[in-house]
Design a protein around this ligand. Structure first.
Ligand code: NAD
Length: 428
């Protein structure tokens, strides 16, 4: 397969051969748990973090060219990856590992999430079969070579690049003892079914999945702060974050002014080549994704419910950051993984109903609230059912160790990534 830059298809980033069924089989036969003492495993993982940092330029370039990540996001990506390595190293247990762990990751955090899963599984001494997303195998390959260079045995960490079939083969093979997965909710359901049919009863599944993330802005919010948080939450990383804001509720009384400010702030966004420091919004990952997002927006545009749309470069997988009008979160049928914000207004006395509507969707990843009334914030935060709540700030981002990340309901199962319970799920 040829891997091409999502911002510019003329840029051939590299080539990759997908793992065949035979490769998956051979890898499972060759897999051996890493039986070094915990202190030694931890030392090696810390060395991987050092190597990541030493190779920052190369990793930034791969993030930008293969995954369309802008420079600021690439810095954060490497930071988080190194944090995962050091944090899980610090939690490396002297206890038996689960055994052979399949780690299946998405493309939107091609280094950080890939590394987090693998590092936790290795910290606990498992044999890891790592299956990166089909859109970002080159970054994963570079990462795995650095793991090996640091001293992780090759039989304890093997890379199996490929599409969903490779993940499906792994999760349906009884030689696999546990699965760490991050990606879409539907894929997680398929994995759960395959595991139930083929793996030993009780095999752990750690699933971090999608969301329909909402934010409530009430009439006491500081508009400048709310607008900045909305722009970052909805449009940074071209909206391709699991945590990204999809559904904004603005109190009716302030809606006209707030939305006018929002459209003005959107006009300031630089859209283009992620490698340029002037870029705020890069491309989306591939043509299929661009088409799905564009089709969604066109449906709203035809109905006269497109409130704002920005213009974009002609070439590359760019989609227009857009704001669409809805009556509420009940109108959203699925996660649209791009720079698209849905907006509804609410009357002050309906605020409990708004929270109920958000909860009723069954997802539970991130949620944001902007208000200067403490008791209202407390009431909303205590009633909303999500993994991570953000107050008077943007609702993207997490910090390993101090702000662990993970959802509930349809958004995930298992302990939060970057939290104190995570490595335990990789122990017997
Ligand atoms: P995806 O579900 O399409 O793919 C994720 C991984 O699963 C890929 O490696 C893919 O090849 C593999 N896969 C596909 N079909 C499979 C199967 N049948 N069996 C086993 N593996 C299979 O998701 P994506 O498009 O790569 O990522 C975007 C999604 O990830 C979004 O829904 C986003 O919300 C979610 N996400 C969640 C978090 C979180 O922490 N909750 C973080 C990042 C992304």
């Amino acid at each position: 397969q040829e891997m091409r830059n999502p911002a510019d298809a003329r840029d051939l980033v590299g080539r990759v051969a997908w793992a065949s069924d035979g490769d998956v089989n051979a890898a499972l036969d060759a897999a051996r748990v890493w039986d070094a003492p915990a202190a030694e495993r931890a030392e090696v993982l810390r060395r991987v973090a050092d190597l990541y940092e030493a190779h920052y330029g190369e990793l930034f370039a791969l993030c930008a060219r293969e995954a369309g990540k802008m420079v600021g996001d690439s810095v954060a990506e490497l930071r988080e990856a190194a944090d995962f390595l050091r944090y899980y190293a610090a939690h490396a247990p002297d206890a038996a590992p689960v055994g052979r762990f399949a780690c299946i990751s998405p493309w939107n955090f091609p280094l950080a999430i890939f590394t987090g899963q693998v590092a936790a599984a290795l910290a606990a001494g498992n044999a890891v079969l790592a299956k990166p997303a089909e859109q970002s195998p080159l970054i994963a390959h570079r990462a795995v070579r650095l793991f090996h260079e640091a001293g992780v045995p090759r039989a304890a960490l093997q890379l199996l690049p490929g599409a969903g079939e490779v993940g499906a083969a792994l999760t349906a093979d009884p030689r696999v003892d546990g699965v760490a997965f991050t990606g879409g909710t539907d894929t997680a359901r398929r994995i759960r079914a395959a595991m139930a049919d083929n793996l030993a009863p009780g095999a752990p599944l750690i699933a971090e999945t999608g969301g329909l993330n909402a934010m409530i802005v009430d009439s006491t919010a500081l508009p400048e702060q709310a607008v900045q948080a909305i722009v970052e939450s909805a449009f940074q990383s071209a909206g391709q974050r699991c945590s990204a804001l999809r559904m904004l509720y603005v109190q009716q009384d302030i809606a006209d002014n707030l939305l006018e400010m929002l459209y003005g702030a959107m006009e300031e966004l630089g859209i283009g080549d992620p490698w340029l420091l002037s870029t705020d919004v890069g491309p989306v990952i591939d043509e299929a994704s661009a088409k799905k997002i564009t089709d969604h927006c066109e449906k709203y545009e035809k109905r006269g419910e497109l409130l704002k749309k920005l213009s974009i470069p002609e070439k590359g997988n760019f989609v227009s950051p857009a704001v669409l009008r809805v009556t509420g979160i009940q109108d959203l049928k699925e996660e649209i993984f791009g720079p698209v914000l849905h907006v509804a207004t609410f009357d002050a006395k309906e605020i409990d109903q708004v929270v109920d509507d958000i909860n009723a969707k069954g997802y539970g990843l991130t949620f944001g609230v902007h208000s200067r009334v403490d008791h209202r914030v407390d009431r909303i935060a205590s009633r909303i059912k999500v993994g991570n709540t953000y107050v008077n700030r943007n609702q993207i981002g997490a910090i390993v160790g101090s702000q662990p990340f993970g959802g509930e309901g349809l958004s995930g199962t298992g302990p939060k990534a970057g939290g104190p319970q995570y490595v335990r799920r990789f122990m017997k």
